[in-house]
Every structure is written in C-alpha cells, then in structure tokens.
Design a protein around this ligand. Structure first.
Ligand code: ATP
Length: 315
C-alpha cells in the first residue's frame, strides 16, 4: 500500500520512502508540512511496510489479547481492568498494557494515579504491580495532559516503547487496553502490537454497534482474530424492586455477533458499584469470587483455545 504526495508542478523526480505507518496516517500527519517545503517537481512515494519489531511481548506472554472498541466511553478500560483482576484471582499470571495513549484510565482503575515506573538500567522500565497484575501505561510516564496532544507517529512511538521496553514478567495473559476508535493511529497500533486475538467491547444500542463493526473490520485488516464481542451495560437490575431494565436497548451484541459469525462472549451488567470501584481503584471483580468477569475469563479461554489449542494447554 502506498501514498503519493506530489509537488504542484506535476511530473518530475520521484522520491521513495518506506514507512511503518499506515498510509492514511502518513498523509494526515505529514502532507501539510511536506507540501510547504516540497519543490514543485518532486513527488514523494510513501510505501507502507509494517515493522514487526522483535517485540518482547510474544515471548513474555503466552497470550496477548487486545481489548478494543469502535468508540470511546463504552467501558473498554473497565472491562480490561475487571477481566485482568478476575484472571489474576483465578491464578493466571496477568499483565495489562494500557495502550490508550490519549486517555489512559488504567492507573486510576488500579489506584495507581500519580505513580511512575522505575528503571534499573535507564533503558527499560519495570512494570508496576497491583492486585497481582503487572501494569504499564503512558500514564506512569508522562502527566495525563501531555500525551493527549501527541500526534499519530509520536503516539505510536510511545506505544512501541511501552511494548518493547517494559520488563514484563513471564505472563499467561497480557491484556492490551487499546485506544478507542478505528482511525489510522489505531490501525497502526493494532498492527504493531502482535495480539493473538481481540475482543470488541460495545454497548447494546445501534450507534455503538456500527462502531463495533468498524472495530471488527480494523482487526480483520491486520489479520488479528476476533475472539468475540463483549456487550457492556446490557442490563440494570433495580436494587429496590429487583426488576431488570435494558437502559441502552437490547439484543445488539448478539446481532453483531451473528452478523460477523463471532461469539458473544458476555453480556455484562450495568452496576453503580462497577463505576464506584473503578473510581476508587479496586476493580469490582475483586469483591465477589463468582462474578460475570470470571465467567468471561473462562469463556475467553475456551474461545482462545479454539484459536490456539497448543498454547492454551500450557495455561
Ligand atoms: N458495567 C458498568 N457499570 C457501571 N459503570 C460502568 C460500566 N462499565 C463502564 N462503566 C463506567 O463508564 C465510564 C466509562 O468507562 P471506561 O472508561 O471503562 O470506558 P472506555 O470505553 O475505556 O472509555 P475511553 O474511550 O475514554 O477509554 C466509567 O465511568 C466507568 O466506570
């Protein structure tokens, strides 16, 4: 795949550049700047060649799972945090890489806001640990407001640093909390972090589902298997009368799963305690040993075992 940025004068010399960034990202990030300085008779051809860095992830983690959503605010980080804590409680060695460069929520959800990672050799980072989960996040490296102004290539570079320069311990599962959305940055990131599978978090209503579809298509583009859909905030049970309410509509997750022939992994409840626990930095799934998130871990393991039978046997 390639992108050509032409000087105004039409045909002339051609310059070829190979870049690891998805062409759309190159275009949006660079073309404006380039056009200002590009001589009229020069055309620059950007050829997209994804770098597959000698990522330390696959060696250190038996399974790497991306948690993604087509749009923000559907509960992706909440699901990641609860899932990771539940998996750790079940005895798995678990890590979370917060790849949500623009809005890292994992530090808050694990009660580690304001903490920084340390380094013994000034080259690599030691992950933080909480509730038996190894964690790294851009939020441990820079103040929250700084990363939000980074543009595509810079954000991708920061992410790859987190990926490649963290001294992850041996892990059974590494969950990667992806940035929301399906733009070029997300596509580049999805390609660069080599995940064994992705789960798509959505809420049940129609708009969210259209976004979930975009998320599924994004992972299909980079050949990452979709493990399934997680419908979050599916129903709310009134604590006073016990009646169940579908505040954001119903049935969307199963429709999405049917349409794409992928499993509906879970329909998670909307509970004020889930938000409260996220805010105080102790995932809800740690409070109750028989919860929906533990069932989701089992379900995920089961579907993952269909994808990578060999790998799961060692878990
Ligand atoms: N099942 C749930 N029940 C109650 N509150 C929830 C639930 N899931 C998420 N929330 C709340 O919804 C808000 C958004 O959740 P979260 O930050 O996890 O979404 P996100 O998709 O990761 O957002 P972003 O796109 O900003 O990263 C948070 O306040 C969270 O506590």
């Amino acid at each position: 795949m390639s992108v050509v940025i032409k000087g105004k004068g039409g045909s002339g010399s051609d310059v070829f550049i190979t870049t690891p960034f998805y062409p759309g990202a190159v275009e949006s990030e660079l073309s404006e700047a380039l056009l200002k300085v590009l001589p009229d008779n020069i055309s620059i051809h950007f050829n997209y060649s994804p770098v597959h860095p000698p990522s330390s992830l696959p060696q250190k983690a038996k399974i790497v799972i991306a948690v993604a959503s087509g749009k923000g605010g559907v509960g992706k980080s909440t699901v990641t945090a609860n899932l990771a804590a539940a998996a750790a409680q079940l005895g798995h060695k678990v890590g979370v890489l917060d790849a949500d460069i623009y809005g890292p929520s994992i530090p808050m959800m694990f009660g580690l806001q304001g903490e920084n990672v340390s380094s013994f050799d000034e080259k690599t980072m030691e992950p933080l640990f909480k509730y038996d989960v190894a964690l790294n996040s851009i939020g441990f490296l820079v103040p929250a407001d700084k990363a939000t102004i980074w543009r595509g290539p810079m954000a991708s570079r920061a992410l790859m640093q987190l990926v490649n320069e963290t001294n992850w311990p041996e892990l059974d599962i590494l969950f990667v909390d992806m940035p929301p959305g399906t733009g070029d940055i997300q596509l580049t990131m999805s390609e660069q972090i080599k995940c064994h599978g992705a789960i798509i978090v959505t809420t049940p209503q129609n708009i969210a589902l259209a976004d979930a579809q975009k998320g599924i298509e994004m992972f299909q583009k980079v050949n990452t298997p979709i493990l399934g859909v997680v419908e979050n905030m599916s129903q709310f049970t009134c604590p006073d009368c016990g009646a169940s309410h579908t505040l954001f509509g119903a049935g969307g997750g199963s429709l999405c799963a049917e349409k794409h022939k992928i499993p509906l992994l879970a329909q998670l409840s909307l509970k004020p305690e889930i938000r409260n626990q996220g805010d105080i930095g102790k995932p809800f799934s740690l409070l109750d040993t028989n919860n929906e998130y533990q069932k989701l871990v089992f379900s995920l393991m089961m579907h993952m075992s269909n994808q990578t039978e060999q790998r799961i046997l060692t878990l």
